[in-house]
Design a protein around this ligand. Sequence first.
Ligand SMILES: *[C@@H]1O[C@H](CO)[C@@H](O)[C@H](O)[C@H]1NC(C)=O
Length: 218
Amino acid sequence: MGVSLKWFLIMMICSQLYGSLCQANLFRRYKLLYNGGQKVIASYTSYEAYSSVSCAAICNGKSGCWLYTWNTASKICQVLNFLTAAITTGVAPPTMRTYYVDVINGKKIVKTPISSTWTQINDTCANMGGRLHLPVDNTFCYILNHVFGAIELHIGLWRYPSDITVWYNMDGLTTFPRLTWGPGYPNNADGVQYYGTCYNGGGEDISIYYSRYGVCEI
Ligand SMILES: *[C@@H]1O[C@H](CO)[C@@H](O)[C@H](O)[C@H]1NC(C)=O
């Protein structure tokens, strides 16, 4: 299939779902967060974009862009640069839509229906047909903390009890693209903090006993 035909079909997908979902390629999708009236206060870069899907395509090309706004009246597109603090919201025009990434690499990012210990949440994600998600960077942690309405969320990060220093992702690898620990973490505070969370935008180690909601990719 030629590139232009593929693009045409993808834009068809976007316009059909227009309003709540926007898909600019097959591996990433955006979901409506605010339909006017409210916006995330953050550092953005502005573009003139003729459609929401072209704004999504610009966001796709920028590392750290997990959210964008598109104004249905002015056609102005604002793509997120990064976040360095918990999200606060402000007033936006009724024509400004805000979308965040809810499908990454073809996997839907969802909050678990229950709050439980990390190992239980690990099972919950498996029972939902997926696994715990590990956010690529702190900006996406801030977004998850905000969108899922929880200051702390279980994520795909763990270690062996015997080694405090080495942490693993769900592939059993020790490489983490850009996610960094929050200030003072990991601290193994009560001696059994074998698991990882997104806590207020940064990584934190959490006790085997603490219940939290989790982030699954399915
Ligand atoms: C998470 O669950 C999977 C299967 O459900 C299991 O194989 C894996 O060992 C668990 N991970 C950890 C770190 O407990």
